[in-house]
Unconditional design. Structure first.
Length: 121
C-alpha cells in the first residue's frame, strides 16, 4: 500500500536523544512526536507533513501502520505561505494530500516554484 508509515516507535527509541533536542529553527529534517516530519530548505522555505489524530488526514492507520494521506503546511520566516504553493480552502494548511502530491510539493517548495510557475525538470 502507498501511504505514510505512522510507526516511528523503533526510530524514536533508537534516536530518542536526537528527537528530544531537535528544534524547528535548525535546518534539515525533524521528526514530530511520531506524527510526521518537517524539512527546512536552503532557500528558507520549510514544509511540515503531519498525519494522525487531530490532523486533516485519514485518522486510522491500516495493519502496516500506514495512512493514505497527510496534512501539510508550508512556512517561511515563521509565516504560513501554504497558499503560494497549493490551492487551499483559505486555510494555512492543506489536508488529505497523497504521498505522490507530497513528493511534488516538496520539490516545488525546495525550489521556490509557486502555483502557476512551471517547474524545471
Amino acid at each position: 500500500m502507498v501511504g505514510f508509515n505512522c510507526n516511528y516507535e523503533r526510530l524514536a527509541q533508537e534516536e530518542k536523544k536526537e528527537i528530544l533536542i531537535c528544534e524547528p529553527s535548525k535546518k534539515g529534517k525533524t521528526i514530530s512526536e511520531r506524527k510526521g516530519f518537517s524539512i527546512e530548505f536552503s532557500n528558507g522555505n520549510s514544509i511540515s507533513v503531519q498525519f494522525g489524530t487531530h490532523m486533516y488526514c485519514d485518522q486510522t492507520p491500516d495493519k502496516t501502520g500506514s495512512v493514505k494521506n497527510a496534512e501539510i503546511a508550508i512556512m517561511r520566516e515563521r509565516k504560513f505561505i501554504t497558499r503560494d504553493y497549493v490551492e487551499t480552502d483559505g486555510d494555512d494548511v492543506q489536508g488529505y494530500v497523497t504521498p505522490d502530491e507530497v513528493a511534488e510539493i516538496i520539490y516545488r517548495v525546495s525550489r521556490g516554484i509557486k502555483i502557476g510557475e512551471r517547474p524545471i525538470w
